[in-house]
Design a protein around this ligand. Structure first.
Ligand code: NAD
Length: 488
């Protein structure tokens, strides 16, 4: 059965997106707004309230007021509410997909999975918070030591524009499961889907003030949240430069930080690999989600004997990837999120043409004269010091290079400042393990990709971040642990 197209302009689009503070919609204190544009027409379709210190202050006050009762609620009661949130998210699957695709340029077929994934985050953390125990230690016959876990307080959540709703849910769920109340500052390029949270939380029975949303520009609303003295912990996902800045600002307040930052993840392909599977994986890894994926395999390192063949086949496949309107179910790469980001990606394509060999794409598709569209782009023979080898492009652009030995493969894989994900393709499983251990990254997939269990630690090393999210790691972040020593 053919999949129906999504409307190019979804029904029910708001013309203004407002803050949500203490269970009520609010405009900014001074009435400030910013324009929200879609990446196909690059014209304004709505305005959003542009928060500043006064709005953040109000939101933090609401979160503080809601904290004692929310923190005191039993884990089972909070878990029940999380489950109802998951139901409410799933009930909005179509609308969420249409909103996300329209606002961020994500192909509609890929946006359709986002509600299920976001709902799963709530179901999962509902399960975790009920199942998680607290540790106890007996010290000889004289002492019992036990851990008491308490919610850490008012959390600040700051999130990026790629898969915005799902990434918001990935922080919202563990924060409220742990008993924290919070202020969320969604990304300013994609505020539309965050506008669904108020009705979802209200329907699920989340008490007013537990979740507060302040929209706005990073340097204003985000900065006010970072600087707020009553916010002792910040969970941030975004670029490394912003993460570094937030860390500097958080030093005086000694804030707890979780930092999920950028990546330039390698895919290492050995000559003995299943090349068809590796090729499928490379295409998926760097071109799905428009290449705007933190774990994108954006550097492909191929063993010399299969380098020519693999690069040729990759270029052929890239040429066949369908670029088109985000609302068209046939589209595999949609429009890049924003004209500023599009210009930045195009600049990298230009730089790449001076640094390496362009073997696919490199331009706007001829049939799409308007909108932030780019042909899937492949560069081969990319030197390790090239900017397109070193810097995160965050678009449908991949750099390919050859290696001769296993040692060289590891060295090249580790030759950037990033260390988020890595992928290895080989017929020799022992070698797969060796590479997995030697590569500097928070996550490695061997003959596999995109399989993630929510219990496992998610995060990066080097410039890709600090701390881990997922499972008990997230709950630990949003909690304080106290040890009680008792004489027996
Ligand atoms: P960004 O750093 O520009 O913005 C992220 C968020 O930070 C936005 O909400 C923004 O408004 C806010 N912000 C900006 N300046 C701020 C300031 N001074 N104080 C407080 N908040 C501020 O990142 P982006 O362009 O939105 O997102 C893309 C980046 O995110 C890429 O580098 C990508 O790899 C990374 N990312 C990482 C992961 C991960 O899990 N590691 C996941 C998704 C995206």
């Amino acid at each position: 059965m053919p999949v129906p197209s999504a409307p190019a302009r979804p029904d029910g689009l708001p013309d203004h997106i407002r803050h949500w503070i203490g269970g009520e919609f609010a405009d900014s204190a001074g009435g400030a707004v910013f324009d929200v544009i879609d990446p196909v027409s690059n014209t304004r379709y709505a305005t959003a309230s542009a928060g500043g210190p006064a709005d953040v202050d109000k939101a933090v006050a609401a979160a503080r007021a809601a904290f004692p009762a929310w923190a005191a609620l039993g884990n089972r009661e909070r878990a029940n509410i999380l489950t109802r949130i998951a139901d409410a998210v799933e009930a909005r699957e179509d609308r969420l997909a249409e909103f996300e695709s329209f606002d961020s340029g994500l192909p509609i077929t890929q946006a359709r999975g986002q509600a299920r994934r976001a709902a799963e985050n709530f179901r999962y953390f509902a399960d975790v918070i009920v199942a998680l125990g607290e540790e106890a230690f007996r010290v000889g016959d004289q002492q019992l030591n036990y851990v008491v876990r308490t919610p850490a307080g008012v959390a600040g959540l700051i999130t990026p524009w790629n898969t915005p709703f799902m990434l918001e849910s990935w922080k919202l769920a563990p924060a409220i499961a742990s008993g924290c109340t919070l202020v969320l500052k969604p990304a300013e390029w994609t505020p539309l889907s965050a506008g669904l949270w108020p009705e979802i939380f209200t329907e699920a029975g989340v008490p007013a003030g537990v979740v507060n949303i302040v929209h706005g520009i990073g340097e204003e609303a985000g900065q006010a949240l970072v600087d707020h003295p009553d916010v002792p912990l910040l969970s941030f996902t975004g670029s490394t430069d912003t993460g570094r800045h937030i860390m500097r600002c958080s030093a005086d307040g000694l804030k707890a930080l979780s930092m999920e930052l950028g990546g330039k993840s390698p895919v290492v392909v050995f000559a003995d690999a299943d090349l068809d599977a590796a090729l499928d994986s490379v295409i998926f890894g760097v071109f799905s989600l428009n290449g705007e994926r933190c774990t994108a395999g954006s550097r492909v390192l191929v063993e010399r004997p299969v380098y020519e063949e693999f690069t040729r086949r990759l270029a052929e496949r890239a040429e066949k990837v369908r670029v088109g309107p985000p609302s068209d179910p046939a589209t595999e790469v949609g429009a890049l999120v924003h004209p500023e980001h599009y210009a930045r990606v195009l600049e990298y394509v230009e730089i790449g043409q001076r640094e390496a060999k362009l073997v696919a794409g490199g331009d706007r598709p001829a049939h799409l004269p308007e909108g932030n569209y780019l042909q899937p782009t492949v560069f081969s023979d990319v030197p390790r010091d090239a900017r397109i080898f070193q810097e995160e492009i965050f678009g449908p652009v991949v750099a390919v290079a050859a290696f001769d030995t296993e040692d060289e493969a590891v060295e090249l894989a580790n030759a950037t400042r990033y260390g988020l994900a890595a992928y290895v393709w080989t017929g020799d499983l022992r070698r797969g393990h060796r590479i997995a251990h030697a590569v500097q990254s928070g996550m490695v997939w061997v003959n596999s990709h995109n399989v993630r269990d929510l219990r496992t630690p998610f995060g990066g090393v080097k410039d890709s971040g600090l701390g881990r999210e997922g499972g008990a790691h997230s709950i630990d972040f949003f909690s304080e642990s106290k040890i009680v020593h008792v004489m027996l």
